[in-house]
Design a protein around this ligand. Structure first.
Ligand code: SF4
Length: 349
């Protein structure tokens, strides 16, 4: 950076304008770790209720490590990016086994833990342990890119930026400096229109001075893979057919079997072939994940003369199928869109 960000101005702004979040109250290593993982890919306001509930249910590493993975996933339901949760649980177990239940206070052991990468290790070390590590998340990157009026960004600049930030990070308040940068990105140097007029570092900002700030970073068109699917809720003998993902995205979560929408007519033909089969169309739902959008048309298929629960599809490489009693549905983790469909279906049963 040709001109440096003024840590003094930034911290003065932070002291007056910082947003208070529950994870900012005591800054214990455990709470910093949990909040940093929850905040990845998720806005702070959505994280607040999850964080509060999590700390109530799992107040420390030992409590988290001693739970079953499915129970922990159920607590995470709705936050998305479920691998974060699986890794938290695995890391808690590893901390109990390898570090006597204490989250390490140095870089190498921290990043050896599942789900803790460079960013999270730096955040924990600076915020919880007061060590002068800078962090670079999307907010910080956007501020620096605008501050230096850099139109194109690449990975090498990430490294360079961290080195530059570590030259100016105040050793007496490294965590506050990092949090101030993140909050500046959330509240002032925002993704849409930066509020340069009230920015504490605006006087030295090249993006502001040159009028380029609003054009940085350049918008990239995201390609969304859209698919229409029918979610088939087979209900028979007080049970619903679900399948548990064995690996990959949604690993361990319970999903409603889906089929391509084109297959729907074949399924509807069952109506004609088997007496006692009824189908009810439920509310269409959108399921967004990474760069995908599944447009789900749920169909509840009930039977009063045939026991479908004798017919369980064979497990395959990806899925394990199981008929689940209605009263057990709430114990199984599912993506929130599937939970909404299940809850709607229950209203008809
Ligand atoms: S002056 Fe504007 S562009 Fe520069 S850091 Fe502040 S808000 Fe961002």
């Amino acid at each position: 950076m040709k001109k440096n960000i003024s840590s003094k101005q930034l911290l003065a702004w932070f002291d007056c304008h910082k947003k208070q979040y529950p994870w900012g109250e005591n800054k214990l290593p455990y709470t910093v770790w949990i909040s940093e993982i929850m905040l990845q890919q998720t806005v702070a306001t959505s994280v607040v209720p999850y964080f509060k509930q999590w700390i109530t249910d799992y107040p420390d590493i030992q409590a988290l490590a001693s739970c079953e993975p499915e129970e922990v996933l159920r607590h995470w339901e709705g936050l998305g990016y479920y691998s974060r949760c699986r890794n938290l649980h695995k890391a808690a177990k590893a901390i109990m086994e390898r570090f006597n239940g204490i989250l390490p206070d140095s870089y190498s052991p921290l990043i050896s833990l599942p789900g803790i990468g460079d960013y999270t290790a730096r955040a924990i070390l600076s915020i919880a342990y007061g060590k002068p590590y800078a962090v670079l998340d999307a907010n910080v990157r956007r501020i620096v890119q605008r501050f230096t009026a850099t139109m194109e960004w690449d990975k090498d600049l990430d490294k360079e930026t961290l080195t530059e930030l570590e030259k100016i990070i105040p050793h007496h308040r490294p965590g506050d400096f990092n949090e101030a940068m993140m909050q500046l990105g959330q509240l002032v140097c925002t993704t849409g229109s930066p509020r340069c007029g009230i920015c504490p570092i605006g006087a030295e900002c090249l993006g502001y001075k040159t009028g380029l700030a609003e054009m940085i970073p350049q918008k990239q068109k995201k390609r969304i893979n859209r698919e229409h699917k029918t979610a088939l809720l087979f209900f028979s003998n007080c049970k619903i057919l679900l399948r548990q993902k064995k690996k990959g995205l949604f690993h361990d979560l319970w999903l409603i079997p889906t089929t391509e929408k084109n297959n729907l007519e074949k399924i509807r033909a069952i109506d004609g072939e088997w007496t006692g089969i009824n189908s009810i169309s439920l509310t269409e739902r959108n399921h967004f994940y990474t760069d995908n959008q599944d447009i789900l048309t749920p169909l509840l298929i009930t039977t009063d003369q045939i026991d479908l629960s004798d017919m369980t599809p064979e497990d395959n490489e990806l899925y394990r199928y199981q008929w689940v009693a209605i009263e057990d549905l709430n114990n199984l983790p599912s993506p929130s869109v599937y939970r909404k469909i299940l809850n709607e279906a229950k209203g008809y049963l």
